[in-house]
Design a protein around this ligand. Sequence first.
Ligand code: ZN
Length: 370
Amino acid sequence: MMLKTYKYRIYPTSAQRQTIDATIETCRRLYNRELEYKISQYRDHGSTVGRKELQQMVKAERAINPYMQAVYCQVLHAVGKTLLISYDNFFRRVKTGTEKPGFPRFKGKKDYHSFTYPQLGFALNENRLQISMIGEIKVRLHRPAAGAIKTCTITRRNGRYYACFVCETTGAPLPATGRTVGIDVGITDLAVTSDGEFFPRLAAYRKAEKRLKYLQRQVSRRKKGSGRRRKAVALLARQHEKVANQRRDLAHKVSTKLVQEYDLIAHEDLKVKSMVKNKHLAKSIQDAGWNLLFNLLAGKASDAGRRVVVVPPAHTSQICSRCGALVPKKLSQRQHDCPHCGLSLQRDVNAARNILVIAMTMTQGEKKVS
Ligand SMILES: [Zn+2]
């Protein structure tokens, strides 16, 4: 059994938005009270407050607090669970000593955006999400959730609302196809395969990126603390999200297709590769796109019993994938024409073939396990 998360945009009515916002605020206040309780119990009595004590606290408070009565009971209990998890993470970090431990903090309005139905109180039927104490909300199901839904989290981000479902699925291995592939990632195409398949970034995506840059300039131009700047900042945040959503959709599409069609997928290790010369915004956007693609690919491949081989970057665009000769070319040169063996191939397809060759050499010496 494995867990997968699906995130969908939801469209609450204005009355529902108010209820959701109020629920988030009630949960935030509860979180802070619980944290305070935990700290003071430890300080004054040396006792550790656990799940049971927090549940009792919620029960007692809910009996007299009308704000809490307006929130589904399990949602309130889930707040304490989150707090305990952040404590666990804190102690884990203290133990390993590799990162700054960071003690659980009190949450301001800007740090708290969600609440969770940990088990019950929600139902998803086609394009409708029914959640207890809030009502029926329209959902955009851009891809179906697979498996049994375990939890439902409602999140508010930049004035938009989302539902995240954690689902339990059995990782089902796909039948072997006997095919292997190398992929090269790029700027105009998110990925190009050694079989000559191109996965272009959509025109809409490029347009959205352009608008992102425009809004970025607007923000920096406007006076700090001005209303106009605040407005521009809000627009910029939304645009960032739009670009991120489009990026995620494309990365899902590409990773799903590759995992379905190939037993082994090879790509370069991008931690060492830096190919975008533009140091500004474009870089962060494209890096994130590639990382997301590779993360999704790794996850889906492991579900499906596929193999991903990460190869060290090694001038894959400059070497001829047929004869191995060095054929230097500038970044603007989109075609690989080998003067030695006559191979003529689109530049990125040639690179993808080299990536596959390196991966096959790397895995050749391995013992076959039957
Ligand atoms: Zn050649």
